[in-house]
Design a protein around this ligand. Structure first.
Ligand code: URA
Length: 424
């Protein structure tokens, strides 16, 4: 077996065997296959795709490049949640305490943000003292004690994904459905949860731009999860406008606290309730309706927020000390009318340009900066009304950059639904 024959086979749209796929992953990991050969292989997959069995074999080979976390010592059905990423997506911070307060163990290994999409670990690190690098033993102990722990990705879970992802990032091979599915699902399976809830986003601020692509990815990931005997469901959700009103690390923690106190942006709250409901219903094996009632009751009676505080204390964070800049610049509308759109991609990039995001994994970020959208899609505004606030530090962006994100028009247009559907 050799890599040139395997690349040629994929170039000719042939189906690869398990042994061929495993050969590529193993030999890329021990440096027998070089980056230029792997790039060519990845590009052949991008162009010609893979069938379901090939993707499944790729997932399997990637998982075997590292360790699988064994969570069997923790009581209860463990449900993991994953979002394909978007602007202002702070759902993990909200859903974790929500489901944990319903007595469902929330076990989460999260990543940092790259580019204009944020990462849960960066958001949590905007809380003073918060530790995200606790070891596996402490992690398991914390889940047994308080039902929730969130830690950063360790080196030994799917190291193949780490190496391949870095290459995909610089070779134009990120936007391939088989490669995205294998990257996400190998990590989910290796993380040890029993069941998986996915939030697959589509739209201008998402990895996938169309709902058709999102549905295809969701179906593939659900299939992979089920093949591993991990019941998996996927929500298809829209990412044309930012999720919630805050974009930027510390600001997003503040917004998460608002939602956990049953206040704040309705769309964000509803998405978190729906995702949590699926998780609770899968874990407790109860009806959607009963699970939803439990989730909402725990939001209203304060248990979810109490759980969040417990979780922050357990990971050494100081909830009264969240990094948010107090240097604020107001952005005022120049037009009168209805806000029909707030372009999430522009807001995401602007927030990154303020310092909230990083272009390469090595860059540091500023946890205190970001953007607050003080008016929402559907609101009527007059010229001079404040529509956004920039929380700034050393970097500044122009008012025009933000104003470009807004479509303000005479008549109100109908909005796309936030939740398009569920794939089971
Ligand atoms: N998230 C991942 O972990 N991998 C991808 O390929 C895309 C999003």
């Amino acid at each position: 077996m050799n890599i040139i024959d395997i690349i040629t086979k994929k170039k000719n749209k042939e189906i690869l065997t398990y042994d061929e796929i495993k050969f590529v992953i193993d030999n890329y990991m021990n440096d027998n296959i070089k980056d230029y050969q792997m790039s060519s292989f990845l590009m052949a997959i991008c162009i010609n795709g893979m069938d379901k069995d090939e993707v499944y074999n790729l997932v399997d080979s990637m998982i075997k490049s590292g360790n699988i976390i064994n969570l069997s010592g923790i009581n209860g059905i463990k449900v993991d949640k994953h979002s394909t990423g978007g602007i202002g997506d702070k759902t993990t911070l909200i859903i974790g305490p929500m489901v944990a307060s319903c007595d469902v163990p929330f076990v989460k290994i999260s990543g940092r943000g790259l580019g204009y999409t944020g990462g849960t670990i960066d958001k949590l690190e905007s809380i003073s003292g918060f530790k995200t690098n606790i070891n596996e033993l402490e992690f398991k102990k914390q889940i047994s004690e308080i039902n929730i722990a969130i830690i950063s990705q360790t080196e030994n879970i799917v190291p193949a994904d780490k190496k391949i992802y870095a290459l995909r990032d610089v070779t134009g091979t990120t936007g391939s459905i088989p490669l995205i599915a294998s990257s996400i699902m190998s990590k989910k399976i290796a993380s040890g949860a029993d069941k998986i809830v996915l939030d697959v986003k589509y739209g201008i601020g998402a990895l996938l731009k169309t709902k058709e692509e999102a549905i295809k990815l969701a179906k593939l990931m659900v299939d992979i999860g089920n093949r591993y005997n991990k019941e998996t469901i996927a929500l298809i959700t829209n990412m044309d406008i930012p999720l919630g009103n805050m974009v930027g690390n510390g600001l997003e923690v503040k917004e998460a606290i608002d939602i956990l106190n049953y206040r704040g942006n309705k769309d964000l709250k509803e998405l978190c309730v729906v995702l949590s409901t699926y998780m609770v219903s899968l874990s407790k094996n109860i009806d959607y309706k009963d699970a939803r009632k439990l989730v909402i009751d725990n939001l209203i009676n304060g248990n979810a927020y109490k759980k969040f505080k417990e979780f922050v204390i357990a990971q050494a964070g100081d909830i009264n000390n969240i990094n948010i800049s107090n240097n604020i610049v107001e952005i005022k509308s120049k037009k009168e009318g209805y806000i029909n759109n707030i372009n999430s991609l522009i807001i995401g990039k602007s927030s990154m340009n303020l310092g909230a995001g990083r272009l390469s994994k090595e860059e540091s970020i500023n946890h205190g900066v970001g953007i607050e959208l003080t008016k929402e899609v559907g609101d009527y505004v007059k010229a001079g009304d404040v529509i956004a606030k920039l929380y700034i530090d050393k970097k500044i962006i122009s008012e025009e950059e933000i104003l470009k994100a807004y479509d303000i028009e005479e008549t109100l247009k109908e909005r796309k639904p936030l939740i398009l559907g569920v794939i089971k």
